[in-house]
Structures are given as C-alpha cells and as structure tokens.
Design a protein around this ligand. Sequence first.
Ligand SMILES: [Fe+2]
Ligand SMILES: [Fe+2]
Length: 152
Amino acid sequence: MDIFEAIKKDHDIQRDLCDQLTETSGETEKRKVIWQELKKELKVHAEAEERFFYTDLIHHDQTQEDARHGMAEHHEMDELVEKLEETEMSSPSWLGYAKDLRDKVYHHLKDEEEDFFVVAKKVLDKSKQEKLETAYRKYMSDENCGIKAVAH
Ligand SMILES: [Fe+2]
Ligand SMILES: [Fe+2]
C-alpha cells in the first residue's frame, strides 16, 4: 500500500462518520459517541497528513500551493469543530454546524483526492510513497485511528 491508498481509506471513514453524525438528533448517546470518534479521526488524520505528506510536498514547486491550501482548510475544519464544541448539543443550531462541517470535510477530501494527489503522485517516487505510508500509518495506529482502528 502507498500513502495515497492509506489516506483514501481513512477519508472513507471520515465521510462515513460525517454521514452518521448528520443523521443523529438531539443530545443522544449515539450523537455523542459518533462526534467523539469523528473529532478524533479528523484531528489525528490532519496531524499525520501534515507531518508525513504535506511537509514533503510543500518543498516542491508543483505542489506547494496545493499543500498550503490544504493546510488552510485543515484550519477551517478546526474552527468548525470548535464552534460545535461551544454549541449546546441539544440546540437546533448544532445540527446546522454539523452539516457545515460535513460539507467542508467532503469538499476538502475531494480536493485532496482529485487535485492534490494527482500532482503529488508525479512528485513523490514509488519508494518515497511507501515510506511515507509506513510513517503515516504508524502515527494513525499509535493514536488508535484510521482503518485498523475502525474494524466494526
Ligand atoms: Fe487533509
Ligand atoms: Fe486527508
């Protein structure tokens, strides 16, 4: 497996959690559990991605702009997560913000998969792609996140 396949698999987890979250209502146990899980997946994934993927790509002319754009979007997602944390889970606006976050996450992952990855594949050679995957995967599993963590 290379870094692109590994990230794509973890993106699928995030999309699934976003869908599940926006189907919940009120301050239920289910909403709380999914929210905790999504929050952690987003946080650890962005950290791992910035450390083992973006860092390399920010040094190349062809990928610098996409890398900067992606990191700015990580920041925007952090802000939405914060907004949700500050809002009463039982209030109607909570679901509205959750939908905003879902849309933002979907947009960001699509950007990465359809634009950024295409150029990044040309910049990183195959052995580098595999090395980055190992480091990325280790970081994710140490934090109990990503594909291996969600076996259910
Ligand atoms: Fe990202
Ligand atoms: Fe990502």
